[in-house]
Design a protein around this ligand. Structure first.
Ligand code: NAP
Ligand code: HSE
Length: 429
């Protein structure tokens, strides 16, 4: 083999980092055959050198400071798998680019917040930043968008991209447990991030959606424009009633370019129970890509974990070893447009659950609020009267979220609403 080895500096030796070490060690021959050169780790960094990491790191130089690692002369590719959207991860990535290294990252938070600036810096230094592992773990969705579907106008990107949320929602569905019960179990099993709100608040999945939207629509990453709603308010009642109507509730990300601008939402939605998204169980991820020529593509697979995430990191490393040099977001960062944010402009049917006081005219008052807001009722059901309370379920014809909110804003003044109403979008998938 004549080509010089590709030398990796690995910052982070946790779940993902150790997975990378294992692939580099276990598949050295396979990688060399596929790329025509060997890929070696020269130096690593983590916080605690004494920690037992279940891997042989003795051949690698140790740096306690990832920024020093990023500057090393014997590093060609800096792999950042530490995490955090500011602090050492950001400074080390900037340092690596300035020192002439290519960068591979699994850090969706960093890229969602600073992707444009980092991509510009990398391009002006003639370096690449790749981040397959940052979105949907082991699913090669960045490659699908930037390469496989590069000849398509992308119409819509959708997906379940947070395994922890899907785990919680499917256990609620399958076992009839409350959100609080499954949340506690997920936390005890270590399925949630140290700050669980990153998962259940939809933030982690929102980061991923913003990255996909940038590639799909040629726009600068705009995480701040993602409409975010977590799963904390999804009740077991909603899960049961949705199931009775043939739906499942998912934390669904949708990005699409509309006549009014780029719509990006990461919110609980109803999807048909028999659709691929409706059938998705546990911690698995699914991304649905729609292109004008290809139609719809469904990608399904593990969205987290040491093997799947390291698999995606190594796909980027192998590309660099082969000499494949793609722009961070599929086109030069300087050509990405400033997106105009369109908040939920695409109309949809809505599932609405409310508990009314069981007295004459109550339903008529609610129907009037909906009608006056321009929201038309498609289906309606009253179920399981409890004393003086009348639970009511309404499915609307297509309406905008603004119209639904407008109607709900008037419910209080009717004096017949016993509890805060719930409205969940029904997504056509
Ligand atoms: P992790 O298990 O918590 O590991 C983080 C590693 O980074 C640890 O080895 C830690 O050192 C090291 N580290 C943290 N701060 C450091 C600092 N200031 N200086 C040097 N080293 C530092 O995290 P992870 O799950 O592997 O995730 C890493 C990244 O991949 C994150 O951006 C995450 O969002 C992303 N990601 C993870 C998954 C997944 O399944 N876990 C999936 C997709 C993407 P010590 O070990 O000494 O504490
Ligand atoms: N917390 C994330 C999830 C990890 O549950 O999907 C992978 O990004």
């Amino acid at each position: 083999m004549s080509a010089a080895p590709l030398r990796i500096g690995l910052a982070g030796l946790g779940t993902v980092g150790i997975g990378v070490v294992k692939i580099v060690q276990d598949h050295a021959d396979l990688i060399a055959r596929r790329t025509g050169r060997s890929v070696v780790i020269t130096a690593v960094s983590a916080r605690d050198r004494a920690k037992n990491r279940d891997a042989d790191l003795s051949a690698y130089a140790w740096e306690s400071d990832p920024i020093a690692l990023a500057r090393r002369d014997d590093v060609d590719v800096f792999i950042e798998v530490m995490g955090g959207h500011d602090g050492p991860a950001k400074r080390a990535t900037e340092t690596a680019i300035a020192a002439g290294k290519d960068v591979v990252s699994a850090n969706k938070a960093l890229l969602a917040h600073h992707g444009q600036a980092l991509a510009l810096a990398a391009e002006s230094a003639g370096r690449v930043i790749r981040f397959e592992a940052a979105v949907a773990g082991g699913i090669p969705v960045i490659k699908a968008l930037t390469e496989g579907l590069a000849g398509n106008q992308i119409k819509r990107v959708m997906g379940v991209m947070n395994g922890s949320c899907n785990y919680i929602l499917t256990r609620m569905q399958n076992e009839g447990l409350t959100y609080a019960e499954v949340f506690d179990a997920a936390q005890q099993l270590g399925y949630l991030e140290a700050d669980p709100n990153l998962d259940v608040g939809g933030i982690d999945a929102g980061h991923k959606l913003a990255l996909l939207a940038s590639i799909a629509f040629g726009t600068k990453v705009s995480f701040d424009a993602v409409e975010l709603e977590g799963i904390g308010k999804v009740s077991i009642d909603d899960i049961r009633l949705a199931a009775d109507m043939g739906y499942r509730i998912k934390l669904l990300g949708v990005a699409q370019m509309t006549g009014r601008g780029l719509e990006q939402r990461m919110t609980p939605c109803l999807v048909p129970a028999d659709s691929p998204l409706g059938q998705l169980q546990g911690g698995t991820n699914m991304v649905v890509l729609e292109g004008d020529s290809v139609g719809q593509i469904v990608l399904r697979g593990p969205g987290a974990g040491t093997g799947p995430t390291a698999s995606a990191v190594m796909a980027d490393v192998l590309d660099i070893a082969r000499g494949t040099r793609l722009s961070t977001f599929g086109q030069p960062a300087s050509t990405l447009a400033d997106p105009v944010a369109a908040i939920s402009t695409t109309p949809a049917s809505y599932y609405m659950r409310m508990t009314l006081l069981d007295k004459p005219g109550a339903l008529a008052k609610i129907a009037t609020c909906l009608g006056e807001a321009g929201v038309s009722i498609d289906q309606m059901r009253q179920y399981g009267h409890e004393g003086t309370l009348a639970p009511v379920l309404i499915v609307t014809h297509k309406a905008t979220r603004a119209d639904i909110d407008h109607a709900m804003g008037r419910f209080d003044a009717t004096g017949v609403m016993a509890e805060a109403p719930v409205a969940i979008r029904i997504e056509e998938v």
